[in-house]
Design a protein around this ligand. Structure first.
Ligand code: GLY
Ligand code: MN
Length: 463
């Protein structure tokens, strides 16, 4: 964990942004895979981790704003638990490590909440996402479990988003240190990408690199030669030389900060001419949109920069036609680029999306577009120094989407469907980096994973 001053400062900042009442933060508990004692790898709730720092099951925290008091709830382990799970620091020691003065047993949590409700005080909590915590809140607040999410505190959530969006120096160091593991994951995939190897073998190796490098993967690995399916978690194919293998994979640092990168690899080590042409457009979209990215700019603008590079490149190849600006304004390019340029990363790979992705990415600043493609942009609002975001343009040939748009006669002024027909077996390409917004521009975190055609080909070939 970070030093106790980090957690103390964060909670002081939070207190200053919420007017009155009690802030309740529930940690996560173990989640059973198939029976109670056989659990998924434990993952602490990110908000609890951020403000209370304790990476263990069965804890909760309260910040009593009106009385300027903080409480850590949890129980010292019984010998029965210690036999199976090992010793833990005492609750008093844990509280001292995060600068919280008051410790209470878990059984007292409901009573403190009930007393506060009786006094007519507001209980602030963020929208819960795990069934167990929804049920606990339902019991404590005496509201139906279906109504718990809507009882969450917008005031608290906005305050948390404001604070967590700006990464502190210690967080940037943690993230940047972990980029070496991300680099190793993706170069491992490149070195393994040869005919006869299975997607499952590559996926397993990458999970191993992540675990050895500090923590579990930050989201289920996408490793598929059917890269046109944006979140493809099927790994049942065997690679053949000449395929394109899309790998979107990230790792959690020891303190649970996420990396998130995508590379698209020519299996066997040589891009075909057709692959190279599309690949280069995505490289250009990535580089040009990143070069445009700076604080004070809405990320929606960077997204549109990438969209125009894609539409213009596809026009040069005869796949699109007409006026590029108009095509992008109308959303015609989204048949090839149906997702957003990026999202925030931090303790979550899509940082804070448990709160509400539109709130995180747009706040009260601008409405989220309803246009196909642009509506999938998770981060549209104005960038600030020390935000960490992804830059992940892509081009995909999705047969079902092509068929649908063609049948509907959509955007026939901008899409050359006859030419697109010949690309329905192409797959997809996405190229994703993690970038830090600096005082006047931005920079890629960590050593850049090979991305230029020659560098990727050389890495696959082991040069
Ligand atoms: N890396 C997966 C995503 O950003 O959606
Ligand atoms: Mn991403």
């Amino acid at each position: 964990m970070f030093s106790k001053e980090v957690y103390i400062k964060r909670r002081i900042k939070l207190q200053s942004k919420v007017e009155s009442g009690l802030i309740l933060m529930l940690g996560n508990n173990d989640s059973p895979m198939n029976y109670a004692d056989n659990v998924y790898h434990f993952r602490q709730d990110s908000t609890f981790l951020y403000f209370f720092g304790i990476d263990l099951q069965n804890h909760a925290g309260i910040i009593d704003i009106d009385n300027d008091k903080e409480y850590l709830f949890g129980d010292d382990l019984s010998v029965g638990h210690i036999i199976w799970m090992g010793p833990q620091p005492s609750m008093v020691d844990k509280a001292a490590k995060i600068g919280v003065a008051n410790v209470k047993p878990m059984a007292d949590l409901s009573k403190m909440i009930a007393d506060a409700i009786k006094q007519g005080r507001k209980i602030h909590f963020n929208p819960p996402y795990r069934g167990e915590n929804i049920m606990l809140l339902s019991d404590m607040l005496d509201i139906h479990h279906n109504k718990v999410k809507e009882a969450a505190s917008l005031e608290l959530t906005k305050a948390c988003i404001n604070i967590r969006s700006i990464k502190e120096p210690c967080e940037i160091i943690e993230l940047e240190n972990h980029m070496a593991t991300a680099y190793k994951m993706h170069t491992t995939a490149m070195k393994m990408a040869h005919g006869g190897v299975t997607e499952q073998e590559v996926t397993g190796a990458l999970e191993g690199v992540s675990m050895s490098g500090g923590g579990m993967v930050s989201f289920p690995i996408i490793c598929s030669k059917r890269g046109e399916t944006l979140h493809n978690h099927d790994h049942s194919n065997t690679l053949q030389n000449g395929d394109l293998l899309l790998v979107d994979a990230g790792s959690e640092s020891p303190l649970h900060y996420a990396t998130d990168h995508t590379r698209t690899i020519p299996v066997g080590g040589t891009f075909s001419q057709r692959q190279k042409e599309i690949y280069q457009i995505v490289v250009d979209a990535n580089n040009i949109s990143r070069e445009a990215t700076k604080p004070g700019m809405q990320y929606k603008e960077a997204h549109l920069v990438a969209a125009k590079v894609i539409a213009s490149g596809l026009k040069d190849l005869g796949l699109m036609k007409g006026d590029v600006d108009e095509a992008v304004a109308q959303g015609a390019h989204a048949m090839f680029f149906p997702h957003g340029l990026g999202h925030m990363i931090g303790l979550d790979v899509h940082d804070m999306e448990d709160y509400n992705d539109t709130l995180v990415g747009y706040m009260d600043e601008l409405p989220r577009s309803t246009q196909f493609g642009l509506s999938a942009l998770r981060l549209g609002r104005t960038l600030e120094p020390n935000w960490v975001v992804t830059n992940e343009p892509g081009i995909y040939f999705i047969p079902a989407l092509i068929d649908e748009w063609k049948a509907e006669g959509k955007f026939t002024d901008f899409i050359n469907y006859d030419k697109v027909e010949g690309y329905k077996d192409f797959g997809g390409i996405r190229l994703e980096d993690d970038i830090l917004i600096t005082e006047d521009s931005c920079r890629i975190l960590g050593e850049r994973i090979p991305i230029e055609v020659a560098d990727v080909e050389a890495t696959v070939k082991g040069k």
